[in-house]
Design a binder for this molecule. Structure first.
Ligand code: GLP
Length: 242
């Protein structure tokens, strides 16, 4: 696993964006797996800036998002579709029809649609954040994990952590649709970005030993041959990484 330690969060976003831009420069019609959450926001800002300065063309790029809350309509401002449109897609020349964010409606139908899309389009690169409990996508710690797209009950830690994006904790949906860990591990390349003290425990479990456990889903990334983890030095220090 490659680890890049940056001075601070903004540099983390630049480094992650550079890897994404490299993928697109090698393959104009790259398929990007995308993540939501607070940490990814800066990565999208950098990508949009690079687009404005003419350094990248997204017209042939396709994207597939990791996950969505069940019961949140794509038109709801809390939806990951709105997040992606507002923070990224509307700021670059990507074709909307080439972007897929799972819908939080009709879960059973959406599982089929999501699965079909992942069969048709192979991920060249997957951008990941990580939950405070080590989740990737919404693959929550458990005795067993799912390889494929599925519906998941959200962990209390995730609900608490994501409550900051809602008016109250009670408003956070209790279930989500997510790519499975197998879908994520099929990506040719993976870039994980993380920042903040709350991620120190899971980052040290990811980087400081060779243990793989479904109780800390990000540790499964140790099984993938091409992962880059980008973290700032404050987080690296807290995680005990020198
Ligand atoms: C949500 C997403 C995850 C993401 C996580 C990180 O839970 N479903 O895919 O990794 O947020 O969030 P943040 O960057 O806000 O800590």
């Amino acid at each position: 696993m490659k680890v890049i330690i940056t001075q601070e969060y903004h540099e983390t976003c630049i480094k992650a964006a550079e890897i994404i831009l490299q993928t697109i420069s090698e393959k104009q019609n790259a398929v990007l797996g995308l993540a939501t959450g607070g940490t990814a926001i800066g990565v999208y800002e950098v990508l949009a800036r690079e687009y404005r300065s003419g350094k990248v063309d997204f017209s042939e790029v396709s994207t597939i998002n990791l996950d969505e809350y069940i019961g949140i309509d794509p038109t709801n401002p809390q939806s990951y579709r709105c997040y992606m449109d507002n923070l990224f897609f509307n700021k670059v020349n990507i074709k909307k029809e080439n972007t897929y964010v799972p819908s939080g409606n009709c879960p059973e139908k959406e599982i089929e649609k999501f699965t079909e899309i992942l069969l048709k389009k192979k991920l060249d690169l997957q951008l990941l954040g990580v939950g405070v409990n080590g989740h990737i996508g919404f693959n929550e710690p458990n005795e067993k994990l799912h390889a494929d797209v599925h519906i998941v009950k959200l962990d209390e830690a995730t609900i608490e952590s994501n409550a900051r994006f809602f008016k109250s904790k009670e408003e956070v949906p209790k279930t989500a649709i997510t790519m499975g860990v197998g879908d994520i591990l099929k990506a040719k390349e993976i870039v994980l970005v993380a920042t903040g003290a709350k991620k120190a425990n899971v980052i040290s479990k990811l980087l400081l030993d060779d243990e793989v456990t479904t109780q800390i889903p990000c540790t499964l990334l140790k099984l993938h041959p091409n992962v880059t983890v980008v973290i700032d030095k404050a987080l690296a220090n807290m995680a005990g990484i020198r």
